[in-house]
Design a protein around this ligand. Sequence first.
Ligand code: GDP
Ligand code: MN
Length: 399
Amino acid sequence: MNIHEYQAKSLLESCGVKIPYGICIEDNSTAAIDSVLKVFEKHEKVVVKAQIHAGGRGKGTFRENGQHGVQVVSLDRASDAIKAMFYNTLVTKQTGSEGKTVRKVYLTEAIAVKKEFYVSFLVDRTLQCPVLVASSKGGGEIEDVAKTNPKSIIKMPIDPLLGLRPFQARKIAYLFELDAEATKECVRILINLYEAFVQLDASLIEINPLVLTEDNHICALDAKVQLDDNALGRHPEYLALDDPYEKDPKEVEAAKANLNYVALQGNIACLVNGAGLAMATMDIIQYFGGTPANFLDVGGGAKQEQIEAAFRIILKDPHVKGIFINIFGGILKCDMLAQGIVNAAKSVKLTLPLVIRMKGTNVEAAKQILEASELPLIPIDDLAQAAKTIVNKVKGGAL
Ligand code: GDP
Ligand code: MN
């Protein structure tokens, strides 16, 4: 699960990571903004930061006024900068061209920066352990640095039993070319960041930039933290960090119905049971020249209401031009599924082509239900043939 920068920083601060002082503003009335600005009255400069679940805000611009999503401004200009962000659309390299509406603005003290670095902690699947990635060239996109200056990047595996060792953290401090005092502080912050990574059950902590300040301290100017939602049992408090505005409404509805749904860019909606089969189904659609509109795993024990909910959700996507249902009946019986599909298709007055491939428990009873429904559903047993058919239907071609 993704959280906002201000939330990420507050979690990191509680783990002993130094961050700039800041307040998140959620109300754009002049009174609310002025009361926050009053807290900063001793500051000459402040940083105004749009809060969206996407990076690249500093270079990104608002569609309505061309201003940037992160602005270092003098205090007397802060109010205008804040108002220029609220409820406007910020387009960055990571938001796509549609951009994201800003509903929260984070105001922080401005830090006098001497050097910018990059630090992240994540799990490397190939190495099967956490890794620390660091670069002496922070601030910009790490992907660009990897291309233009790969020598400035260190990737360091971390032994999960030993944690990040001080000598490893010192190696990073040398990469950053810090003096003795700043090295000590940097080592402590890196170790605290790793501790935070473990204790928070994070799947990613990315600090870009981690900075050396003019007065020789180390501070996290930006923070991206991804929390592992499988750990919600240990951290029920994370639910309060969720921002429903940042999610696709279809994904929110799917989560409520206990469905694993991810919206994609294509036009063939998929309804499958089992994550592996869902992946294979998307692959075979792609193989025959189609593009999947979603990943949808209804799970092994899906109930009829869930099938109907799944149907409603996939049809909310205006790009969908056809539906492909691929079910391996086991605990989820094919006849139950067929009844769910027929009910849903009737209630939404389905007009799109729908190809169904079913195998397994009660498949014969299921076929009878589909046939008796007199809906224009296309049952096909062979997976390749079924995939080819839906791709062709969507393209409007002959079979
Ligand atoms: P991002 O563009 O979404 O990654 O947002 P960041 O929080 O990283 O801010 C973008 C850039 O603004 C940073 O890389 C810094 O160069 C700059 N910036 C942010 N806060 C400060 C600050 O307090 N002082 C200075 N001098 N620069 C800042
Ligand atoms: Mn950043």
